[in-house]
Design a protein around this ligand. Structure first.
Ligand SMILES: [Fe+2]
Ligand SMILES: [Fe+2]
Length: 168
């Protein structure tokens, strides 16, 4: 029986706290939260891929939905951090409001899984960069924990792509 826990690590999430308000850190995290490659984009992209495939390929589509739920938890963690850092968790980053053009809709399931894999890899790269430049150890720990989940998503998408490539 599959449940949502297969789509994230069993490790607990660190306590959500910051040393002090910091606008620069809040704006960096708002990029992970609502930028082009972000938790909000991932949620909406995976949900669209779920909606688009649930009739023809229900088993894989349901996995996309479950991963979107994990991204929703990441989104909530970032919203809390941004708030503690002294900014509003609005869907605005790099002078742009989040919009539906950030989603890679894709033409078929294999294309979609491939763009989902790229999104995870880019998210990990962005998080690792932010872990490097943010000096608050609380935030570093939380981002490191999120990266562990994203690496599980990389593995899931890679395995799904490989399984579909064998069939095709
Ligand atoms: Fe995420
Ligand atoms: Fe992810």
């Amino acid at each position: 029986m599959e449940d949502a826990n297969m789509y994230k690590s069993d490790l607990p999430y660190p306590e959500i706290k910051v040393n002090a308000p910091n606008r620069q850190y809040a704006l960096l995290l708002r990029d992970d939260y609502a930028g082009l490659v972000s938790e909000i984009t991932a949620i909406n992209q995976y949900l669209y891929h779920y909606f688009d495939n649930k009739d023809q390929c229900k088993e894989i589509a349901l996995k996309l939905e479950k991963i979107a739920i994990v991204e929703m938890h990441h989104m909530e963690i970032l919203a809390e951090l941004i708030t503690l850092l002294g900014e509003k968790p609005v869907y605005f980053s790099n002078n742009t409001f989040w919009n539906g053009s950030f989603v890679d809709y894709g033409n078929n399931l294999l294309d979609q899984l491939y763009s989902d894999l790229q999104a995870e890899l880019k998210a990990i790269e962005n998080y690792n960069y932010h872990i490097k430049i943010i000096k608050d150890p609380n935030i570093k720990k939380i981002l490191e924990r999120i990266v562990i989940d994203e690496k599980i998503h990389v593995k899931i998408f890679t395995d799904l792509i490989n399984s579909l490539s064998v069939i095709n």
